[in-house]
Design a protein around this ligand. Sequence first.
Ligand code: M6R
Length: 607
Amino acid sequence: MCGIVGYVGSKEAADILISGLRRLEYRGYDSAGIAVFSDGEIAVRKEKGRLSDLEEYMKSAGTPYGNCGIGHTRWATHGEPSYANSHPHSAGRVTLVHNGIIENYIELKKDLEKGGYTFASETDTETAAALLDRLYKGEPIKAIAELTRKIRGSYALAILFSDRPDEIYAVRRDSPLIVGLSNGESFVASDIPAVLKYTRRYYLLDENEIAVLKESGVSVLSLEGESIDKEVFEANWSLEAAEKGGFEHFMLKEIYEEPEALKNTISPHMIGGLPDVLNLSLGDKRLAAVNKIHIVGCGTAMHAGLIGKTAIEKLARTPVEVSVASEFRYVNPIVDKNDLVIVISQSGETADTLAALRLAKKMGAYTLAVVNVVGSSIAREADGALFTSAGPEIAVASTKAYSVQSAVMYLFALRLALVKGTMNENEVAEKSAELAAMPKLIERLIRDLDPTCKKLAEQNKNTESLFFIGRGMDYSLSVEGSLKLKEISYIHSEAYAAGELKHGTISLVTDGVPVIAIATQTPLFEKMISNVKEVKARGAAVTLVCRTDAAIADDVYDNLVLMPEISDLFMPLALAPFIQLFAYHTSVIRGCDVDKPRNLAKSVTVE
Ligand code: M6R
């Protein structure tokens, strides 16, 4: 988490840093700060709260003018959000910003205190600044290399040395950094949107590399000080794609982008009407031999894995286990070298997912990443990658990424069914065509569902607790619906397998308690209606979501949402905008900060 940006060139650094931080605020917004070489000195401005608070503060404290600086937006880990804990942190000749966690900072701090250093903050970052100052004997590369040997944990650092004006140094481990390239100016940032306004060309900084940024250009060196040739990447995201494009919130824009994102994800993975999702190193032969699949991810990404599990087990009859990444690594997982481990991640930087991937690799399994960010750590470290083409997702609440991750799961399931022989070519082609037609259908559906969801949100805005119930894939979808609602509207919510309710949870269903019952899976429909009747009999206010042709008596629901005729298999793709728009409108009506919900950050790069 936390966003880092740095600029050196001939323009006003403060303006560029603030504009870059604005695009990184999704990574954390507990505080913001900048440090700029100004009149031969490093001037620091920082403030608790959002970037707008820093801007307000600079109106009175003054903007530091100069052409070289670093900036930071914080998601608090060590120490509460406060002025003292805000970055940049300075010690002696060093001023730096940091993303990540320095795990051994307490022992380092004790040692530094013995050496006379004092600390103003509770952060691990200030320890790194002090340690670097102690190691610095006028040779930045040597000092930074030594620092990387002494600190444990994850970090991305952008560093200024007071006696090296107009130079920025950057280094990383387990936290991302890109270096932006342009004529007469250089950039460093946690993510591409921060520099997109100025340049599309960039390097991906690797571990054990140190970038030196000057107005004249960038050099990348090894820890031993040897020059490294780097591949130049070209970002193909448009700036507008990273901005709101007329929508009130990024989340709404991103829901409306789902059809396009789905189209862009599905078409490149379809050849001759059949899904072609195979990375070169995982051919059909190896795939056919896979006995078991593990799907690992966090939050919404893991929920897309639940859709994947059902699709794979149903179509390819291959067992799948879905795990939360933060659990996977500590439960001594049983992973065989013939197993396939699929990790799902939008950002490609989620620390727990990355760690799970590394563990799976160590255990000898083939690892396949379903990931949105090309060049991210997960994309680079997995044996193979299937890219989702959602474009940048800025809102903390994941929406279009969920849809495209689910779509890739379907494509994968269909391919597996073909190579395993559980479906023939005609059957796979038929289902693939149905999947390829989904974006168009979803486009219309979003427009139809938007007002319905707004109305539902208005009805439920004051509720304290809400239940989603469903069976099969409807249950998997319910889990995501519940997460979305909690995350951005702060209403307590639970998702329950409808048949499991009466084993405990139904005791919470009393007069007027809202229940959203999703009943689109044909073979389970009658069972679902029985479960709906059970909650209705306890006074629940039921919103029933089912197919247009479903035979239902009107005394089982209070609200009815009808879904078009789509096969059971792909219904979650069509329902995703429903649960997302419902959460979105509820959040708006309750006056919550939709795109930046409290206590959260977009990219969770700490354990
Ligand atoms: O970048 P990732 O897909 O790895 O992120 C995983 C989760 O942190 C993420 O999906 C999170 O649950 C969303 N904010 C939920 O909307």
